[in-house]
Write a protein that binds this ligand. Structure first.
Ligand SMILES: Cc1cc2nc3c(=O)[nH]c(=O)nc-3n(C[C@H](O)[C@H](O)[C@H](O)COP(=O)(O)O)c2cc1C
Length: 313
C-alpha cells in the first residue's frame, strides 16, 4: 500500500507471518526515469522473499522498459496494478483505467509474461463503475495471457475504498479461472481471513488497510488479544526501524501515520494524538508514549469501550 507498506513495515509483517510482500505501486515512467526516491519505493530485502514489485503502466514499451529495469533487483514476481483509483494514475490510462480497455490489458499481460523470466501476477477491481463490472472478462483475459495469479479487490473504481467489498464477485472469479485467485477487500480480523476463504474459495487472502496499526493480523491474532506491552514494544521497534531506514527526521515524520493507528481506540488516545503527531525525534515520540503509557503492567491502561471496532479502519 502506497504510503504504508514500505520496507520497514513489510519486514514486520513478514515476521508476523505474511506470505508475500508487494512493494507499493510505482508508475512505469517513474521507474524508467526516476531517481533515488523511486528506487527506494521498489527496494526490498531478501528476508521478504517471495516479493512482488508492483507496476502501473498503460503503454507497452514504457511498461516493459520499467519491468526490465526492476528485474535487476531480482524480484520473485512482477505484478501489474489494474486497481489504483487515483485520478493522477487513471488519467494516464494506468491502474483501474485499464479495466476499461480489455484488449490493452491482454497486450500488456502477454508482453510481460513473454518477456520476463519471473511469474507475472495482476491485481484488479470489479470494474470501472457499477455499470461496467467486467471483472470476469478481465480475469479470463489475464488467465489466458499466462498470468500466475490474480488478486481481486471486490470494489469498483468508482467505489474507491468505500462501501462493502463484494466477496461473491471474488467467488465468481475463482470459479471462472484456473489460476490462483487472491481475495481482497474488508479483511480486518483473523475471522475475516477464514470467512474470505470460505465464502470465495480463494487460494490466498490479501490484507490492505486492516494491517495498518495491526500487523498481528498476519499471525492470526485478534488485536484485543495483543497485550498493551506488546503493542508498545512493536511501536518502538517500528519507529526505530523507520528511523534507521529513512534517517531520524524523515523516519519519525513518516511514522506518525502508523503510530496514530497503533494507538487508535485505546483510552486517552485522542488526547495524546496531537503530541504523537508533533513528535520530531524518536526521543519526543518515546517520551510521549512513556508519559502516557508506562510499560509497567500496573500502569497499563484499559482499552476504551468500543476500542475493538475503532481499531480497524
Ligand atoms: C493508502 C492506500 C494505499 C494503497 N496502495 C496500494 C498499492 O500501492 N497497490 C495496491 O495494489 N493496492 C493499494 N491499495 C489498495 C489495497 O491494497 C486494497 O486493495 C484495498 O485497500 C482494499 O482492501 P482493504 O479493504 O482490506 O483495505 C492501497 C490502499 C490504500 C488505502
Amino acid at each position: 500500500m502506497a504510503g504504508f507498506s514500505d520496507l520497514p513495515f513489510r519486514v514486520i509483517c513478514r515476521e508476523m507471518g505474511s506470505a508475500v510482500s508487494y512493494t507499493p505501486c510505482i508508475t512505469d515512467v517513474a521507474v524508467a526515469f526516476g531517481g533515488a526516491k523511486t528506487e527506494r519505493l521498489a527496494e526490498f530485502t531478501d528476508c521478504e522473499r517471495p516479493v512482488a514489485v508492483q507496476l502501473l503502466g498503460a503503454d507497452e514499451r514504457t511498461l516493459l522498459a520499467a519491468a526490465e529495469r526492476v528485474m535487476a533487483q531480482q524480484p520473485d514476481l512482477v505484478d501489474l496494478n489494474m486497481g489504483c483509483p487515483a485520478r493522477r494514475v487513471t488519467s494516464g490510462g494506468r491502474g483501474a483505467a485499464l479495466l476499461r480497455e480489455p484488449e490493452r490489458v491482454r497486450r500488456l499481460a502477454r508482453l510481460l509474461v513473454e518477456r520476463l523470466d519471473v511469474p507475472v501476477t495482476g491485481k484488479i477491481r470489479l470494474g470501472w463503475d457499477a455499470s461496467s463490472r467486467n471483472y470476469l472478462q478481465i480475469a479470463r483475459i489475464l488467465a489466458d495471457s499466462g498470468l500466475s495469479a490474480i488478486a481481486v479487490h471486490g470494489r469498483t473504481r468508482a467505489q474507491q475504498y468505500s462501501g462493502t467489498a463484494d466477496w461473491q464477485a471474488i467467488a465468481e472469479v475463482k470459479a471462472a479461472v484456473q489460476v490462483p485467485v487472491i481475495g481482497n477487500g474488508d479483511v480486518r480480523t483473523p475471522e475475516d481471513i477464514d470467512r474470505m476463504r470460505r465464502v470465495t474459495g480463494c487460494d490466498a487472502v490479501m490484507v490492505g488497510r486492516g494491517a495498518i496499526g495491526n500487523p498481528w493480523l498476519f499471525s492470526g491474532r485478534a488485536l484485543p488479544d495483543v497485550s498493551f506491552t506488546e503493542r508498545l514494544r512493536l511501536i518502538r521497534r517500528h519507529a526505530q526501524a523507520m528511523s534507521d531506514y529513512y534517517g531520524e527526521a524523515l523516519g519519525v515524520v513518516l511514522f506518525r501515520k502508523h503510530v496514530v493507528r497503533y494507538v487508535q481506540g485505546l483510552r486517552d488516545a485522542t488526547s495524546v494524538r496531537p503530541n504523537l503527531l508533533a513528535a520530531e525525534t524518536l526521543a519526543d515520540l518515546f517520551k510521549t508514549l512513556g508519559d502516557w503509557w508506562p510499560e509497567e503492567p500496573a500502569g497499563l491502561r484499559e482499552p476504551a469501550p468500543g476500542a475493538e471496532e475503532e481499531d480497524h479502519g
